[in-house]
Design a protein around this ligand. Structure first.
Ligand SMILES: [Fe+2]
Length: 249
């Protein structure tokens, strides 16, 4: 499997708090069948987790990668960020202050939970106009998407990719997030499923349970598309497969 969303860099956000925890998360991912994982620290959350590209954060990524290699973690670690969407998001990407996923044109982004859908549509369009492709983290968790999933359909047909959280499908963020995640998948809107792991105890990097869940409910091929094929394509900057978006209205 390929996991494009994890807070595995130690001590920079609300994810891993130590090198040991990060290594535990890496081994746990590998043991559950993950071959590639992307470190995506929160970036551009004003006054909270800024984490813009800097020698310090790049150095921390290299340090974790080297420690993982030295301790024999059988997993590939790549670099990205989960970039909070503000008015200047397109400029942050253009100037290289925020990192895309593995240096491709795809970038992982999140919104404020109470964001105005018109703002989302506008900022996403301006990013696409500059040649970047948004991968929207956990759309099923936003109340405005739960209330009107057609918003997610419109993101999708305008050229954005949607990343659903494993925890939403497993019911860990409540009924509405679970139901919306299922709806997004039923309507052919999900590009991939990722861990959005925050630690080694809860919201972990373990992907075994979600693979079983998706295989049982959607079959082996579709589970593979969401957990391996499309996330690998994102990290290689390639076109995604299996998109047949069905509108809600
Ligand atoms: Fe996240």
């Amino acid at each position: 499997m390929t996991d494009i969303h994890s807070h595995i860099l130690p001590g920079v956000d609300d994810g891993s708090q130590s090198l040991e925890e990060s290594l535990e998360m890496l081994f746990m991912a590998a043991e559950s069948g993950v071959e590639t994982i992307v470190a995506t620290p929160h970036c551009n959350i004003p006054g909270e987790y800024e984490n813009y590209v800097s020698p310090e954060i790049d150095g921390l990524f290299m340090y974790l990668k080297e420690e993982a290699r030295r301790r024999g973690a059988p997993i590939k670690l790549l670099y990205g960020m989960e970039i909070f969407a503000t008015e200047d998001l397109p400029e942050l990407l253009e100037k290289g202050r925020a990192r895309t996923l593995n240096g491709t044109k795809y970038f992982l982004t999140e919104f404020s939970f109470g964001e105005d859908p018109y703002f989302c549509a506008d900022v996403l369009r301006r990013c696409r106009d500059k040649g970047f492709i948004p991968v929207i983290a956990h759309p099923e968790r936003y109340v405005f998407v739960q209330d009107d999933p057609q918003t997610a359909f419109e993101w999708c047909v305008s050229g954005c990719a949607l990343q659903v959280n494993k925890g939403s499908l497993l019911g860990r963020f409540g009924y509405r997030a679970q139901r919306t995640a299922e709806l997004l998948i039923d309507h052919g809107l999900a590009a991939c499923v990722a861990s959005d792991a925050h630690g080694s105890v809860s919201r972990t990097t373990h992907m075994g349970e979600i693979r079983e869940h998706l295989t049982e409910n959607l079959g082996h091929e579709y589970a593979r598309l969401l957990l391996r094929e499309n996330p690998s394509r994102i990290l290689a900057g390639k076109e995604l497969l299996g998109y047949e978006p069905i509108p809600f209205i």
